[in-house]
Design a protein around this ligand. Structure first.
Ligand SMILES: Nc1nc2c(ncn2[C@@H]2O[C@H](COP(=O)(O)OP(=O)(O)OP(=O)(O)O)[C@@H](O)[C@H]2O)c(=O)[nH]1
Length: 392
């Protein structure tokens, strides 16, 4: 391909990482370690209150009551009326030279936040969407209380489900078996997210950021790394336990009213009890979490119109239950692959890649959903595209 055929490069948009995690799960502790890191220079961090991060001894200069500059070069600001205002304001002040330039943003959410509205703001506000792009969601999970929080609080489940990176905190306080069970459950909820330990490297910016489609290391779009479709394949991912052991549910289920009886092969395991008697309350797959993830694939090229109708119908009918969608599409109208990315009923504008990332030219769409079965999504996909999904 000649240079003339390359699409014009899009205007650079600043990556935004969202740091979330349940109440007390260690977001602030993680952030206060991160902002000391020289790699955080030229990062703008948006937090709820300065007091929380204990910035006093790190503070270099106070730009105004809302913004401080740290000795690592990172700018911290507190949230103003809302996130959109805060981001717009930061951007304009940087343009006017009132604050140091930044080339990355990290937003710490409150512990009870459902991250989806934050992701919406990043995608829908016109000025924000044209200047910033979602890099990824980093979620802290408390190794001591995380299992109970996942059971009791839907926000906690959603935070784990939409994460690109999961940081286990307080592993120094939890028994290794407890940590292992929590990891297994997190894998079942969100197979593609990398899990890092806050004690051993979890506070390294390099492990937490640059989770998005754009890979700054290669300065190109790295769709394989981003999509990680193989993590959803039936046998393609090692969850570190026996996926196909059909144990019995010993009746201690925290019944959430969802179907526990069928095999969810998308995770490469069945929703049965894998744990013979020890610690029933903490078996990763017995919980029947209302959140599940799977990957649909299609062998043949699909019409763009059919795909649009699939995504539109899905968003209309089930938007609330779609936490995240990432797709690599092989469409009839284009020789090149198309990437789509959505949160609930909203989709980022599709991106056309220059080339296929590998010899695998199948359409692959990864879903993280809540209260929605794979069958419903698959049936709609088949109805719109005329192709079976292809779960092989
Ligand atoms: N031992 C241990 N304690 C931790 C760790 N991470 C956080 N903590 C402690 O856990 C408590 C809560 O941590 P925070 O960082 O304030 O948690 P948070 O998620 O910001 O809390 P909220 O803002 O209230 O949602 C604090 O007392 C921390 O010192 C860890 O890895 N090990």
């Amino acid at each position: 391909m000649t240079d003339q055929q390359q699409p014009p490069s899009p205007p650079p948009r600043l990556p935004v990482s969202v740091l979330t995690g349940f109440l007390g799960s260690g977001k602030t502790t993680l952030l206060s370690r991160l902002i000391r890191d020289p790699a955080m220079a030229r990062t703008a961090v948006i937090i709820n209150e300065f007091g929380e991060v204990g910035l006093d001894h790190l503070l270099v200069a106070k730009a105004d009551e809302n913004t401080v500059l740290m000795d690592s070069g990172c700018i911290c600001c507190t949230i103003r009326s809302d996130l959109a205002d805060t981001l717009r304001d930061l951007y304009m002040r940087q343009l006017r030279g009132e604050i140091t330039g930044f080339d990355r943003v990290v937003i710490e959410t409150t512990g009870l936040a459902d991250p989806a509205p934050i992701l919406h703001t990043l995608m829908t506000d016109p000025l924000i969407a044209s200047r910033f792009r979602l890099d990824g969601v980093v979620t802290t999970v408390d190794a001591v209380h995380g299992m109970g929080q996942l059971d009791a609080h839907e926000e906690s489940l959603k935070q784990a489900a939409v994460a690109d990176r999961l940081v286990l905190t307080k592993t120094d306080l939890a028994a290794p078996e407890k940590v292992a069970r929590l990891k297994a459950r997190l894998k079942a909820i969100n197979p593609a997210a990398a899990v890092v330990d806050a004690q051993t490297g979890g506070a390294l910016p390099v492990l937490l950021f640059d989770a998005g489609l754009y890979n700054p290391a290669t300065k190109s779009l790295d769709v394989q790394r981003w999509l990680k479709a193989e993590a959803y394949e039936p046998h393609g991912h090692d969850h570190g336990h026996d996926h196909h052991h059909h144990g019995h549910d010993h009746g201690h289920d925290h019944d959430d009213g969802h179907d526990h009886s069928h095999c969810d092969h998308a995770h490469g395991h069945c929703d049965h009890d894998h744990d013979h008697g020890h610690d029933h309350a903490h078996d990763p797959n017995r919980h029947g979490d209302a959140i599940r993830s799977f990957c649909l694939t299609a062998e043949d090229r699909l019409s763009w119109e059919a795909l649009v109708s699939f995504f539109e119908t899905l968003a209309q009918l089930q938007g609330e239950n779609i936490l995240r969608v990432k797709g690599l599409l092989n469409v009839e109208e284009s020789d090149r692959p198309i990437v789509v990315h959505g949160v609930q009923h909203l989709f980022h504008p599709p991106v056309q890649l220059d080339a296929w990332p590998s010899d695998d030219h199948r359409t692959r769409i990864v879903f993280i959903v809540k209260d929605l079965s794979r069958e419903v999504v698959e049936t709609l996909f088949r109805a719109c595209t005329g192709q079976g999904s292809a779960h092989t």
